[in-house]
Design a binder for this molecule. Structure first.
Ligand code: ATR
Length: 278
């Protein structure tokens, strides 16, 4: 049998750190496999998907801008993909192409590893209402938090997201943040406004209770301006890199047959890569 192989596809794809992560695990577990980086354009994506079996792939990761297209095109989806409305991991069950979403698992596993008391946070406040926010809200709802607030610049998007999940998920504008934060146990930033180190959404973390946890799904820079402010206030912070590392693990297990561990070695490797490129 040919050596197992998988891929990450997206456009652009040069920046993806998935090859570094899966390459590290293949070496660590001495698996004779391959993980390819493939640039695939939007018009080419449907035919690319149809050809992956023929090309010998066991599956792969899907990143921007293809996550929603993959959701629509796979033959079957797992429950997480259905809840989130996007697919980031593909594999075959028999001849059937299945799409899953491991972002929520990655988010929860990162907090479980670094601040396990997040599950008893009571009220969580999520800033941002894009694709990443859907995965975070799904993770929080699955963990059974009492109250989940989605605060967004465009309130309508937060309302759509809350309506999608229902139950304990509620929507508001950014102006509601100060009051909400005063009794929140967990604050999650998913807004891309803080990307590349710029300030983004203004969040007054000094309003949070002393025991609150603050996390950001942005991981470049590793300590975002929000995390730096939270740390300066003495709050517990968890950076977003662990989410990236943990979301990769289920795919690796499906394609290469072994559940990989998220170790300090792996984290150090990716941190070095981030530092080299920023
Ligand atoms: P992703 O899929 O990565 O979550 P997205 O769908 O583009 O990306 O969503 C980006 C999120 O960041 C949105 O919640 C967006 O707010 P809007 O829905 O109002 O656009 C938020 N965002 C981006 N830049 C922002 C800024 N400068 N201030 C406030 N929110 C911002």
């Amino acid at each position: 049998m040919a050596d197992p192989k998988a891929f990450v596809c997206g456009m652009p794809i040069a920046h993806s750190r998935s090859p570094l992560i899966h390459g590290h695990w293949l070496k660590r577990y001495a698996i004779a496999g391959r993980y390819d980086r493939l640039e695939v354009s939007v018009p080419d994506f449907p035919s690319f998907l149809r050809g992956i079996r023929q090309a010998g792939y066991r599956g792969g990761n899907v990143t921007l801008p293809h996550k929603e297209a993959a959701f629509a095109l796979v033959e079957r989806r797992d429950g997480d993909a259905d809840a989130i409305g996007a697919v980031n991991t593909l594999w075959f069950e028999g001849d059937t192409l299945v799409g899953g979403n491991t972002d929520a698992i990655g988010f929860s596993a990162n907090l479980d590893q670094n601040a396990p008391e997040w599950r008893r946070a009571g009220r969580a406040v999520v800033v941002g209402a894009g694709g990443a926010s859907r995965a975070v809200v799904h993770a929080l709802a699955s963990a059974g938090l009492d109250e989940i607030w989605v605060a967004n610049r465009t309130v309508g998007r937060a309302e759509d997201l809350a309506a999608r999940f229902g139950g304990q998920v509620q929507a508001c504008g950014l102006d509601a943040l100060p009051d909400l934060l005063a009794s929140a146990g967990l604050l999650v930033n998913t807004s891309s406004g803080g990307l590349k180190g710029e300030e983004g959404v203004e969040i007054d973390v000094s309003r949070l209770p002393r025991q609150a946890i603050v996390t950001d799904i942005v991981y470049v820079p590793l300590t975002t301006p929000l995390l730096a402010k939270a740390q300066a206030c003495g709050l517990r912070i968890v950076d977003g890199l662990g989410m990236l590392l943990h979301q990769a693990a289920p795919g690796f297990e499906r394609w290469f047959g072994r559940r990989p561990e998220v170790t300090d070695d792996l984290r150090d490797l990716v941190v070095s890569d981030i530092e080299a490129k920023t």
